[in-house]
Design a binder for this molecule. Structure first.
Ligand SMILES: C[S@@+](CC[C@H](N)C(=O)[O-])C[C@H]1O[C@@H](n2cnc3c(N)ncnc32)[C@H](O)[C@@H]1O
Length: 365
């Protein structure tokens, strides 16, 4: 879906956002705006039919994720998932935010009969339809759920799902904190800051004005998951940092980014519904949310370290050159190797998980 400048007011998503704004007294906190922009039924970015994931803009895609780059990603991750199934005595995999279904296919191929059921929870109806096509050959081994059941057992996985959860924006101006929200203005929207009691978990050092995010949706998601997961483990891969780095004085512009046609920009108020909106993950908040709700942190490390621990280099040696080059991007420090992190949780007795066997950074959380 392409929106020409000026066409925004005529678009149904715009009308929904405007109606919500009007019902809310003319000001919407950014997390509610982001939730509509991404997930408004049929219209939000993840709910519409645009292609989203792919290697190149020519395919009509907006960004690429690790499982879309190479199946070696899923094969390496399967080493950890297989070990976790064994260690926790479970036989189900639960994937949150399964995108095109690429990772599910890679994991199902690699794990074979060790997975009795593969359950997918995705907010996006259009992506669920795409996943059904990708995963058709696995028959009724794959199941889709629209909500979490009261209890679940198995190994949970989510790649780039936490960064797609709405965030609240906080702005410090002249030493005072405000929540940043959205108001209608002319043909579009503008920012408006309101006084708030909300604070980031760490006060950024220094006197400078400072824009940042807090992640109550992602943390509530982890707390709910922790509550429901009676036996098993969970692994989330995403870009982000521990809180000391997240709320670093130099990161004063926040981390909200938009992606369209493989270009990034920092303005979520234009081309709404036509581009992805994300924020980096505060992994300390994620770890605490899981821990407070009864999970134990198995480990936390960079994606590079995790995939190397899971045997990616040996798989790369046996792969053709183009495949090897793509897999290298997953572990190169200047590509996805260092910015992306992996956090693992366990519900039950912890073990020395392979993915964190060397270079575990849990102490930095
Ligand atoms: C950036 S995409 C990542 C897709 C895929 N995991 C990949 O790596 O290609 C984010 C996905 O998370 C889904 N999502 C966001 N919030 C979710 C939630 N609370 N529960 C389940 N899925 C969610 C979106 O619908 C979308 O499929």
């Amino acid at each position: 879906m392409k929106l020409e400048p000026g066409a925004e007011r005529a678009h149904p998503l715009t009308r929904i956002i405007d109606a919500t704004l009007a019902r809310s007294g003319g000001w919407l906190p950014f997390d509610r705006f982001m939730a509509l922009a991404l997930y408004a039924p049929g219209l939000g970015y993840y709910a519409n039919d645009s292609r989203k994931f792919g290697q190149m803009p020519a395919s009509g895609s907006d960004f690429v994720t690790a499982p879309e780059m190479t199946p070696l990603f899923g094969q390496a991750l399967a080493e950890q998932i297989g070990e976790a199934l064994h260690e926790t005595g479970t036989a189900e995999v639960w994937e949150f935010g399964a995108g095109s279904g690429a990772l599910a296919a890679q994991l199902l191929d690699a794990l074979g009969p060790r997975v009795k059921r593969y359950r997918i929870v995705d907010l996006s109806g259009s992506l669920r339809a795409r996943q059904r096509v990708t995963l058709d050959r696995f028959g009724d081994k794959v199941e889709w759920l629209s909500a979490l059941p009261d209890t679940m057992q198995g190994v949970v996985v989510g790649n780039e799902v936490l960064d797609a959860m709405p965030v609240q924006l906080l702005m410090r101006i002249g030493g005072r904190w405000f929540e940043r929200g959205v108001v209608a203005q002319g043909d579009g929207w503008a920012w408006e800051d309101r006084s708030t009691e909300l604070r980031p978990p760490v006060e950024p050092e220094g006197p400078q004005d400072y824009l940042t995010e807090v992640h109550r949706h992602a943390e509530a998601f982890i707390a709910t998951l922790a509550d429901r997961l009676t036996k098993g483990a969970a692994f989330f891969l995403d870009y982000g940092f521990p809180e000391a780095e997240y709320y670093h004085p130099q990161r004063h512009m926040g981390t909200v980014m938009c992606h369209k046609a493989h270009q990034a920009d920092a303005d979520p108020l234009v081309e709404v519904g036509a581009k992805d909106i994300t924020a980096h993950v505060n992994f300390t908040g994620i770890a605490l949310a899981g821990q407070d709700a009864g999970l134990e942190v198995l480990g936390y490390t960079s994606q590079a370290r995790f995939l190397i621990n899971c045997g990616l280099p040996a798989r790369m040696e046996g792969a053709a050159l183009p495949e090897r080059a793509l897999a290298a991007r997953l572990i190169h420090e200047h590509e996805m190797g260092e910015l992306f992190k992996v956090i693992g949780f366990v519900a039950g007795a912890p073990w020395d998980a392979r993915g964190f066997s060397e270079g575990d950074r849990s102490h930095t959380l």
